[in-house]
Design a protein around this ligand. Structure first.
Ligand SMILES: Cc1cc2nc3c(=O)[nH]c(=O)nc-3n(C[C@H](O)[C@H](O)[C@H](O)COP(=O)(O)OP(=O)(O)OC[C@H]3O[C@@H](n4cnc5c(N)ncnc54)[C@H](O)[C@@H]3O)c2cc1C
Length: 458
């Protein structure tokens, strides 16, 4: 394929989701020359393109904050421009906190961070190929309206969420769970606005049996007083009734929703599309259409059945259907669910996390969770972001070396961002020391992670 050579960088990051953005930010601030490639025209990935929210969670179950560094700095920037209330109690009781935000504010904050760090950003550009020699990436090939272009780099980070660089480099990967290769379902997130939240709160207060209480540790009535934004799941009977009436066809046993930064505006993370092959264009396109149909069903259900939604409006469906799970690269180390639940203390963590294993069933209506113990946390080792095959490739975000079960925990945004910061720091140290990422003595990495306020446990 003929391509136009466009330039050379120390680090090239594929994917401008939160993980890629934090990787580029960390590396750019350390003074190396960074290029970030993103297929859409904005940063934020799933949080902006797939309509996901809130960020969940910076804390463990006991309420101890585990994620700091540039993700926490980003939250402070969001608070400063009025685009987030910060970390608030999770009304579902699933986690101790959630962090609502305004997606438009997030786009701006992430732009600012990369501009300040001197990162060159290439929007509307898609990775399509790589040039390899002797187990290293020499250059990447991208396509945009200007045609096919080539960029050379020293280190490359795959933060594409779908392991696009991994696939192009022919690094092995697995798909779905071991038993049958099935992945978590897709969800079309839908934003509903103009909700009368006081009326809705009143309804919740008077119908607590309709909202989940199995894992809530505080008195239900207290929760509503304490949360500035509502997050809940339930509406069981109304949902069942609508299903029986044929008004709802979504294969899910409850309604899950989160108020955003804007009071009266909610994200419904409720649609469910099973059995999609995300690597097949036709299958994915059908899922987008079905997702929009399901979003309409959810909206009409709310209008008809739920107090407070009488004048609600359907603000938007996500620009891209939500994909929770994609390729799982076979990294130098593949994290298992046992590593997380046993809180195995790897000696070389790049990040830590406390979010439970959260699997939306690949087969049907339910959601399966495994929580850590109250003050638990797990460690993400450096080897899970390096591969055996390509020596200048670093993995980041939701698609690192983690199996179906482990990735169902580490995929959430605070952890994805923290992994991104670690990946960016490792890349910058490698460039500065003129060494491969796998050759970097962990003591240098730990020192810089701590300088950049990453918490790594005691
Ligand atoms: C329905 C749903 C609900 C969720 N709920 C929550 C939640 O409540 N809280 C939470 O914290 N997390 C939640 N998550 C998980 C979380 O949103 C993601 O796992 C996380 O955002 C992943 O971030 P990332 O940067 O690793 O990847 P992504 O956000 O997927 O970013 C990858 C980026 O790479 C770009 N890209 C991909 N391929 C190419 C290419 N070839 N060339 C150029 N660019 C490319 C994409 O456009 C994208 O911007 C949810 C996810 C889904 C789908």
């Amino acid at each position: 394929m003929n391509s136009t050579f466009k330039g050379k960088y120390d680090l090239i990051v594929i994917g401008g989701g939160v993980s890629g953005t934090h990787a580029a930010y960390a590396a750019g601030r350390m003074g190396i020359k960074v290029l970030l490639i993103e297929q859409f025209g904005f940063l934020g990935g799933s949080l902006t393109a797939m309509g996901v929210g809130p960020m969940m969670t910076f804390h463990n179950r006991a309420g101890r904050q585990l994620i700091f560094g540039s993700p926490q700095e980003m939250i402070e920037r969001l608070i400063n421009i009025g685009a987030s209330p910060g970390h608030i109690i999770d009304g579902t009781g699933y986690c101790s906190t959630v962090t609502p935000f305004d997606a438009e504010g997030l786009k701006l904050v992430l732009d600012d961070m990369l501009v300040e760090a001197g990162v060159d950003v290439l929007f509307h550009s898609r990775l399509i190929d790589v040039k390899l020699s002797n187990g290293s990436i020499n250059s990447i090939i991208i396509h945009n309206k200007g045609g096919v272009q080539e960029y050379e780099g020293k280190i490359f980070i795959d933060a594409s969420g779908d392991s696009e660089l991994v696939k192009n480099c022919k690094v092995p990967f697995s798909i779905g769970r071991k038993e049958d290769g099935k992945s978590q379902p897709l969800t079309m997130n839908v934003k509903i606005g103009n909700v009368n939240s006081s009326q809705f709160r009143e309804y919740i207060k008077n119908n607590w049996d309709q909202f989940d209480d199995k894992i809530r540790r505080e008195e239900k009535s207290d929760i509503l007083e304490k949360i500035s934004r509502i997050s809940m799941w339930g509406l069981y009977d109304l949902w069942e009734k609508a299903k029986k009436n044929g008004e709802v066809t979504i294969p899910r046993d409850n309604v899950l929703f989160f108020e955003t930064n804007t009071e009266g505006e909610y994200i419904f993370n409720t649609s469910r599309i099973l059995g999609v092959d995300i690597f097949d264009g036709i299958s994915l396109s059908k899922a987008e259409m079905l997702g929009r149909k399901q979003a309409r069903e959810i909206y009409k259900f709310l209008l008809k059945y739920v107090p407070g939604f009488e004048n609600a409006s359907l603000l938007s469906t996500a620009p891209h259907i939500g994909i929770r799970e994609s390729r799982h690269p076979i990294a130098k180390y593949v994290i298992s669910s046992h590593d997380l639940t046993s809180e195995y203390h790897f000696e070389n963590p790049i990040a830590v996390g406390g979010y439970p294993i959260d699997i939306h069933s690949p087969d049907g209506e339910s959601t399966h969770s495994v929580h850590l113990k109250e003050d638990g946390m797990y460690y993400i080792p450096v080897d899970s972001i390096l591969t055996n095959e390509i020596d200048n490739l670093i993995l980041s975000g939701r698609s690192i070396g983690a199996d179906h079960y482990a990735s169902a925990a580490i995929r959430v945004t605070p952890i994805a961002m923290s992994i991104g910061q670690g990946a960016g720091i490792l890349a910058a140290i490698s460039v500065k020391r003129q060494s491969l990422p796998s050759e970097i003595d962990y003591k240098y990495l730990r020192e810089e992670l701590q300088t950049q306020e990453v918490y790594l446990g005691e």
